[in-house]
Design a protein around this ligand. Structure first.
Ligand SMILES: [Zn+2]
Length: 83
């Protein structure tokens, strides 16, 4: 499956966090690598969005839409440092 970079998340994440999150730094719970969300690997599909670590490929977080409202599961992020 083809992916795009984390910059595609700008609109959706700004709805949830009410600020630009592409420069937020996320620590991968799988490998411990920390990087800006802009460099994450993003897989878009009709079922939702899967964001993977650019180093190890583990899932950082997923975003789904429920009745027009985004829901995010951040279970793969050990630490999120806001911009
Ligand atoms: Zn990782």
């Amino acid at each position: 499956m083809t992916h795009v970079d984390g910059n595609v998340l700008a609109g959706t994440l700004s709805e949830i966090f009410e600020q630009d999150m592409t420069t937020a730094a996320g620590e991968c719970a799988g490998c411990g690598h920390t990087a800006e969300l802009a460099v994450a690997l993003v897989y878009l599909s009709g079922a939702g969005t899967v964001v993977r670590c650019s180093t190890c490929g583990d899932v950082l977080f997923t975003i789904i839409d429920v009745d027009g409202h985004p829901r995010i599961n951040l279970s793969g992020v050990a630490l999120l440092r806001m911009p």
